[in-house]
Design a protein around this ligand. Structure first.
Ligand code: C5P
Length: 239
């Protein structure tokens, strides 16, 4: 991509995970936070950035129609379409990539499980891609000391924390780069994020500042934290 290109931006939202670490219940993306499904928060957050034109949601196979009608009941300032997700996150993203309109030149990938991402993070990822970085991820410094352990749980080494970043989403890409990365993806070595696939191509991935409210809702404690953030935003009149 050359700075100044004027295509549109799409956000792919993998939302087909079961959310087993959250405990039994509906697929994670459909579980409520402050009475509203996590996925609706995530789509609202992307649309609120005003830099996303189209949102493509990869829904759990058994819930595609329910997700489509749930989203059709909402008003978003971006077009929203729903496709069937796959057995892995990588597969869900690959399916959402198929059939994007030709005029999309920047593609974000954003976990439905990061429902509270602030609009500024979405904006800064898109700006960095449009200014010429082929792949951009938001990241935060790591606060814990990280140790690598062997199979017996004995420490092999302590990793230098200063050079580590905990990576979030949305991750942003020049569309052609993301498509090449998925086309070359090894189905036996599934990546936990899309930038990981791009790195395997040898393409440089740039990190911009993330935000602590862009955390991934994974465990029951994360739900408590997310509810508290929503309550604070509501009290401040921000939602
Ligand atoms: O499992 P993990 O926490 O990595 O999931 C991250 C995101 O990927 C979640 O939003 C989840 O719904 C999505 N996902 C998916 N398809 C799968 C597994 C996970 O869309 N098969």
């Amino acid at each position: 991509m050359t700075p100044g290109d004027l295509g549109r931006t799409a956000a792919l939202v993998p939302a087909a995970g079961r959310g087993e670490r959250l405990g039994p219940g509906a697929p994670k993306a459909l579980r409520p936070l402050g009475g509203i499904p996590m996925l609706v928060h995530a789509v609202r957050a992307l649309a609120a950035s005003r830099v996303v034109d189209l949102v493509v949601v990869a829904a759990p196979e058994d819930d595609v129609e329910a997700v489509a009608s749930m989203l059709a009941d909402q008003e978003f300032s971006a077009e929203v379409v729903v496709v069937t997700g796959g057995p892995t996150r990588q597969d869900s993203v690959a399916r959402a990539l198929l059939g994007l309109p030709d005029d999309i030149d920047v593609v974000l990938v954003h976990d439905a499980a990061r429902p509270l991402v602030p609009a500024e993070v979405v904006g800064s990822v898109v700006s960095a891609v449009r200014s010429g970085h082929p792949a951009v991820v938001p990241g935060l410094p790591v606060v814990d000391t990280i140790k690598q352990v062997d199979a017996a749980c004995d420490v092999e080494r302590t990793v230098d924390r200063e050079s580590l970043r905990a990576i979030q989403t949305p991750q942003g890409f020049d569309r052609a780069v993301l498509q090449r990365a998925h086309a070359a993806a090894d189905l036996d070595a599934v990546a936990t994020d899309d930038a990981g696939l791009v790195e395997r191509l040898g393409t440089r991935v740039h990190v911009v500042p993330g935000h602590e409210e862009a955390f991934k809702v994974t465990t029951p404690l994360d739900v408590v934290i997310a509810e508290a953030i929503l309550a604070r935003r509501r009290a401040a009149g921000a939602v």
